[in-house]
Ligand binder design. Structure first.
Ligand SMILES: NC(=O)c1ccc[n+]([C@@H]2O[C@H](COP(=O)([O-])OP(=O)(O)OC[C@H]3O[C@@H](n4cnc5c(N)ncnc54)[C@H](O)[C@@H]3O)[C@@H](O)[C@H]2O)c1
Length: 252
């Protein structure tokens, strides 16, 4: 019997080949969960985190899928349930970041963001719900952003998608609580990942100076919040909440 806070649980983490998703997958495996690692592009990176999770003695499935597309999200969830017989924890982590002032933003850029960061959350969740409802247990953890709470220049499309994720989380939490399913958000502040590495230096300098802690976070400072929400009894009575590992950027 594996030890840990997630012993025996099955978790699906989207966009888990790098960044925040990768560290959540690693921590969940360390804590006893069997895992489905989803990735979009880098099979090598997915294999590497899968190997690390297996080194803790876990079963790991790797599935390449674009979670913003109906067939990708359906195949991903079906593969997980078919491999493990259940899905207990869904972490909707996959997302993209692009940057533009609204006055210059193309419709394509807007649509790509809403599809990648909001539609994907709906699609994976909808596919996972029947299995969670049947087993009367589920933990859905959506990775939003503090920008969904406060906004930021040049990131209106991202801020809108993430605010959508927070609203979706609250509404769904009210729908599925009776089945023993909790639905929560993590809204990190800026975290040192490949995603942030692509933002302009001037934007990062501006953002860093307004953070009470005066620094960006790291992935190992975010993943424990996901573990809190996924674990029992730690996460049992959180639902519809947005937790903020955010260097103090948003205070609620
Ligand atoms: N890094 C930050 O500062 C920060 C802050 C707040 C919120 N977030 C959110 O955290 C999540 C993870 O971000 P990160 O910083 O680790 O970024 P990242 O770019 O390092 O990782 C994101 C992963 O998602 C994958 N992905 C993107 N679209 C996908 C799709 N349609 N299907 C499958 N996979 C897809 C990417 O390929 C990548 O592996 C994102 O939702 C992001 O918006 C990040």
């Amino acid at each position: 019997m594996s030890q840990g806070k997630l012993s025996g649980r099955v978790a699906l983490v989207t966009g888990a080949s790098r960044g925040i998703g990768r560290e959540i997958a690693r921590l969940f495996a360390e804590q006893g969960a069997n895992l489905c690692i989803n990735y979009a592009r880098s099979q090598e990176a997915a294999e590497s985190i899968a190997e690390q999770c297996r080194s803790y003695g876990r079963r790991v499935l790797i599935v390449q899928a674009d979670v913003s597309q109906e067939d990708g999200a359906r195949r991903l969830v079906e593969s997980t349930v078919s491999e493990f017989g259940r899905i207990d924890i869904l972490v909707n982590n996959a997302g993209i970041l692009t940057q533009s002032l609204v006055k210059d933003m193309t419709v394509e850029m807007w649509d790509e963001m809403i599809t990648s960061d909001l539609r994907s959350v709906f699609l994976c969740t909808r596919n996972a719900l029947p299995s969670m409802i049947e087993q009367r247990f589920g933990r859905i953890i959506n990775v939003a952003s503090q920008l969904g709470q406060k906004g930021a220049p040049e990131l209106a499309h991202y801020s809108a998608a993430k605010a959508g994720v927070i609203g979706f989380t609250k509404a769904l939490a009210r729908e599925v609580g009776e089945y023993g399913i909790t639905v929560n958000c993590i809204a990190p502040g800026p975290i040192e990942t490949d995603m942030v590495a692509r933002i302009t230096e001037s934007w990062k300098e501006m953002k860093r100076s307004e953070l009470p802690l005066l620094r960006f976070g790291t992935v190992d400072e975010v993943a424990p919040t996901a573990l809190l929400l996924a674990a029992e009894p730690d996460g049992n009575i959180y639902t519809g909440q947005t937790l903020g590992p955010n260097s103090g950027d948003v205070m609620l």
